[in-house]
Design a protein around this ligand. Structure first.
Ligand SMILES: CC(C)(COP(=O)(O)OP(=O)(O)OC[C@H]1O[C@@H](n2cnc3c(N)ncnc32)[C@H](O)[C@@H]1OP(=O)(O)O)[C@@H](O)C(=O)NCCC(=O)NCCS
Length: 175
């Protein structure tokens, strides 16, 4: 998938140079260095990587995508009242990170938009109520809040946004 920064966002593959990726958060570096390929193999999550077309092996950023269900008690009452009384299906961005050399250039936002678009593209075949994100620290929480994500009731580090927010006319969209 291409975008206005002319980045390619594609599934992680063996040609990507994982070990040179650094984003200043050790757990997110370690994940791409050591864990990501195994998670893909075992169908635990999918990993998508941003790179420039002339340096396709260099990882500028990545995110992981998988599924989960959210207990109704985790949602604001106003929302849960309108839903059936069983867990709600969601897509999870478990990790999102941008290389420390190119942070604040729009790549994080681009990866987030890509993850949402990928998820929306399968919602006519698999019902997914919301996008959920895990944040590693307060800075990450602020990053997600600006796009309208709100914290789950019992877990401030896990935020969600109903996918129906993205069906609004363009002028009302946060992304
Ligand atoms: C947090 C992170 C993913 C953001 O990516 P980025 O490429 O630096 O951010 P972008 O340039 O896409 O910023 C998009 C918007 O978010 C804002 N923003 C960026 N980082 C922010 C932060 N830490 N807190 C609040 N807002 C932030 C930008 O100002 C920008 O706003 P604008 O569109 O109004 O100009 C990236 O800095 C990173 O990888 N940090 C280390 C790992 C991490 O914290 N991951 C978070 C998820 S676990």
């Amino acid at each position: 998938m291409k975008n206005h920064l002319n980045l390619i966002i594609a599934p992680l593959n063996a040609a990507h140079n994982k070990k040179d990726f650094h984003c200043n958060v050790e757990s997110l570096d370690r994940h791409i260095h050591k864990q990501a390929r195994q998670d893909i193999k075992r169908c635990i999550s999918r990993i998508f990587v941003a790179s420039f077309p002339d340096r396709p092996e260099e990882i500028m950023g990545y995110y992981s995508l998988s599924t989960l269900s959210i207990d109704l008690s985790q949602l604001p009452e106003k929302m849960s009242q309108k839903l059936p009384k069983h867990p709600i299906p969601a897509a999870l961005i478990g990790r999102l990170a941008v290389s420390k050399n190119v942070q604040k250039c729009g790549i994080g936002k681009m990866l987030l938009v890509d993850a949402i678009k990928r998820t929306l593209s399968v919602t006519d075949q698999i019902a997914i109520y919301a996008m959920v994100v895990d944040s590693v620290n307060d800075t990450a929480i602020e990053f997600y809040e600006q796009f309208g994500f709100i914290g789950l009731n019992d877990d401030r580090s896990r935020l969600f946004l109903p996918l129906k927010s993205f069906e609004l006319p363009n002028k009302h969209r946060k992304i």
